[in-house]
Design a protein around this ligand. Structure first.
Ligand code: SF4
Length: 344
């Protein structure tokens, strides 16, 4: 059965007509779905009983709780949602003082094959639709605390741009969650055609995963480099005006002895110095059976200093949830393995 949650205003107006209501009731449906935090059709008290019965008979609500949570000592929590049978995605809740960020997944697994990523090992299993993306927020026990959203969980959001865009539209529309796009960041490895659409069609912030400024090395870490080299990604970004409130940042996971040398830092400066943007250096959470290990704090600080000395605003991102293995894809991979073992 089709799900109601995740429909946009035009779709809801059409559904209202189907259910024997006036088109304007589409807005009432949106209010119930996105602003009143309902859990069942019966909560829609200003929708006639007949129309509610029609909706119940023809649609699933599409709002469901996480099936599992891992909580870190530092307050980070990883929630596991079952989207369809045997398909699991994770959302990471990261509180930090006044802020609380939710890291959303956009796909089940991922086809991009990044060497350092646990999600990549699942391969690609499917796109999430807008409702499945947003339910990670809607059904989060800490929903009321959330100040920021990042599309940085499982999957490459620009490989699922149509549904990701729809979810951003629902988040930022008056009839939806009415959230400022300045509270939303999309993180990508640089899928150029969809990145242009994102920059043209949305006002949310953008984060680009670089992880190496050198072509050969980045290709080994991130196969996308063969299709969309980072130099082309940077060139595309130059065509946009970054002087307003929209923020551009760059993510750089640091692997010991791989991409953490002064040469890397110098090359990164050459690549990024034309932007007034932030570089986030990220400590690598090791994943099972991988030769990659994270750079030491000392090495990261030296790297940071080179970037700062050349005028690049650079932070070392606080490591969160190490004790629950917060690298995305671990919990869902474990759940999938468990399920396969049980089914077997
Ligand atoms: S890092 Fe992102 S794009 Fe790369 S495989 Fe993992 S989820 Fe996909």
């Amino acid at each position: 059965m089709e799900r109601l949650y995740g429909k946009d205003i035009e779709e809801l107006k059409a559904i209202a007509l189907e259910a024997g209501l006036k088109a304007f009731a589409g807005k009432q449906l949106a209010t119930w779905l996105y602003q009143k935090h309902i859990r069942s059709f019966d909560d829609m008290t200003n929708i006639s009983k007949n129309a509610r019965t029609y909706l119940q008979e023809h649609y699933e609500l599409g709002i469901y709780d996480p099936i599992k949570v891992d909580a870190s000592q530092d307050g980070t929590k990883k929630y596991l949602y079952q989207v369809v049978k045997d398909h699991y995605v994770e959302a990471a809740y990261i509180p930090d003082g006044e802020r609380a960020t939710l890291c959303l997944s956009s796909q089940v697994g991922c086809k991009m094959g990044c060497l350092f990523c646990m999600t990549a090992r699942q391969g690609f299993q499917g796109h999430l639709d807008a409702g499945e993306i947003l339910n990670q927020l809607h059904s989060l026990p800490e929903f009321d605390n959330i100040t920021n959203l990042v599309y940085m969980g499982m999957g490459e959001p620009l490989d699922n741009w149509i549904q990701v865009k729809k979810s951003i539209d629902i988040l930022t529309s008056d009839w939806g969650y009415a959230m400022s796009p300045r509270r939303i960041t999309l993180s990508t490895i640089g899928v150029i055609p969809a990145m242009k659409q994102f920059l043209d069609d949305s006002k949310a912030h953008l984060a680009i995963s670089i992880h190496s400024p050198f072509d050969d090395e980045r290709r080994k870490l991130m196969p996308i480099q063969q299709v969309f080299p980072i130099k082309d990604v940077i060139k595309t970004l130059e065509d946009y005006d970054w002087r307003g409130q929209r923020r551009l940042s760059f993510e750089y996971i640091m692997f010991s002895g791989v991409n953490d040398s002064p040469d890397h830092a110098q090359e990164l400066v050459k690549l990024l110095s034309r932007f007034k943007s932030r570089v986030n250096l990220i400590h690598f959470h090791p994943i099972p059976d991988s030769p990659l290990i994270g750079s030491s704090r000392d090495r990261m600080e030296k790297f940071q200093n080179i970037l700062k000395d050349k005028g690049l605003m650079t932070t070392i991102r606080k490591s969160r949830g190490e004790d629950i293995l917060a690298a995305c894809g671990l919990l869902s991979t474990k759940e999938k393995v468990k399920k396969i073992e049980v089914d077997y």
